[in-house]
Design a binder for this molecule. Structure first.
Ligand SMILES: *Cc1c(COP(=O)(O)O)cnc(C)c1O
Length: 399
């Protein structure tokens, strides 16, 4: 992560195909487009790579997450269980539908704590949405069992973990539906974009229509298409899809580079007994976009985080007081600051956030450092970085 580091000739060539014809839209204009269907091709590529029946591209990861819930019938007043460590988009996507995000603690996987999920289930619960943060996954098998027992949908936010696997399946394809982001800083980028993947025929058809104003896409006259149900415009443009098409064909190479860099750093840090790595659920393989580890306590982690910055070791995040990724600083959510009135149902549904504490998550996030793995590093740079990291951590631990 991120794919933009290796933006190059293949990406430019795909974009130039689109620029030559000038057909920037993914639907229609068959005669003008010189046979170029970048969005369709990218969807096919996603289907093949992730071994799923369907992929539907949209304009962002946020749109993808929201759509994945919409097509599963999640709406007003329904509760969706999600982790308190994620990106703000995860709850935005739920609230767009009038549904209520129920934030629960994470554990040492840095994703949903299974026992906390069980405790959070109410008659209003409709879906469980694990977020595979920083390249690794939630315990999907345990979550699936809970979903089966309570008749809930399992919706994976795989926006940060594309290319990771669980029990031999691509992340995003284990649950009922999964979503990806192709924004500028993700492992695969379209500039802006996102996608859902699913094996469910009905969800696939809903996604196809929903992302394009509810158009049924029957025949080849857009003006004559009917609308079986309401939708929105979450379409991706051909220019964005073209970039993603080049990038996704390189996904395996990207993951291999990440794995190599990750392994050098991990091996080096393994010599320090106080460093404990994030737990990856059995049967899972990360996409190696981040190296995540825990230090003994909050104080040590704060000091190491500061020292890393001073030593020029960039891209290591201490999410404890982070505005984008952790509940602690999400005051706009806790105080329900919206530009427009929201339903009483939503207001009541979110009241719990004013008093709920997340001590378990504080314990893990307070001690966690999450280091971005770059694609553009040379091996020598990774080794130098590993040495520096080890030195900083040892110095802090011995002081
Ligand atoms: C990036 C991200 C999203 C949203 O993606 P955008 O394309 O930026 O809208 C959703 N969830 C997670 C976990 C993300 O990291």
């Amino acid at each position: 992560m991120p794919g933009f580091e290796l933006f190059g000739e293949t990406e430019r060539n795909e974009v130039n195909d689109v620029l030559k014809s000038g057909v920037l839209m993914r639907y229609g204009f068959d005669g003008m487009r010189n046979g170029h269907w970048k969005a369709k091709d990218l969807e096919m590529e996603l289907q093949n790579q992730f071994e799923v029946k369907y992929a539907q591209l949209v304009s962002s990861g946020t749109a993808a997450v929201s759509m994945s819930l919409a097509i599963a019938g999640v709406g007003a007043g329904n509760e969706v269980i999600m982790p308190c460590f994620t990106f703000v988009a995860s709850f935005e996507a739920i609230m767009m539908l009038g549904a209520i995000p129920i934030l629960v603690d994470i554990d040492d996987t840095l994703t949903l704590d299974i026992e906390e999920v069980k405790k959070a289930i109410t008659p209003k619960t409709k879906a469980i949405m694990p977020v595979h943060m920083c390249g690794s996954m939630a315990n999907l098998q345990a979550l699936k069992t809970i979903c089966d027992d309570h008749n809930l949908v399992l919706v994976e936010d795989a926006c940060q973990a594309i290319g990771g696997t669980y029990q031999g399946k691509a992340l995003g394809s284990y649950g009922d539906v999964g979503s990806f982001s192709f924004d500028f800083v993700k492992t695969i980028t379209c500039g802006e974009g996102g996608a859902i993947i699913t094996n469910n025929d009905k969800y696939a058809q809903f996604a196809d229509h929903y992302s394009d104003h509810g158009h049924d896409h029957v025949g080849n006259d857009r003006g004559a298409e009917t609308h079986p149900f309401l939708g929105y415009n979450f379409r991706i443009s051909e220019l964005n899809a073209a970039v993603g098409l080049a990038q996704v064909r390189r996904l395996n190479d990207f993951i291999a580079i990440q794995k190599k860099h990750y392994t050098i750093l991990r091996d080096a840090l393994s010599d320090i007994p106080e460093v404990v790595f994030r737990t990856v659920p059995e049967g899972g393989e990360e996409n190696y976009s981040f190296l995540n580890f825990f230090l003994p306590n909050l104080e040590v982690t704060q000091v190491v985080s500061k020292a890393f910055k001073e030593e020029g070791i960039d891209g290591c995040f201490h999410y404890y007081n982070n505005n984008w990724h952790y509940i602690k600083e999400w005051n706009h959510l806790k105080n329900l600051k919206t530009l427009y009135p929201v339903s009483e149902e939503m207001k009541k549904g979110l009241e719990y956030l004013k008093t709920k504490s997340f001590e378990k998550s504080d314990y893990y996030i307070g001690r966690n450092l999450s280091c971005l793995i770059k694609l553009s590093w040379t091996e020598a740079e990774v080794k130098e970085r590993a040495d520096k990291m080890v030195n900083v951590i040892k110095t802090v631990l011995n002081s």
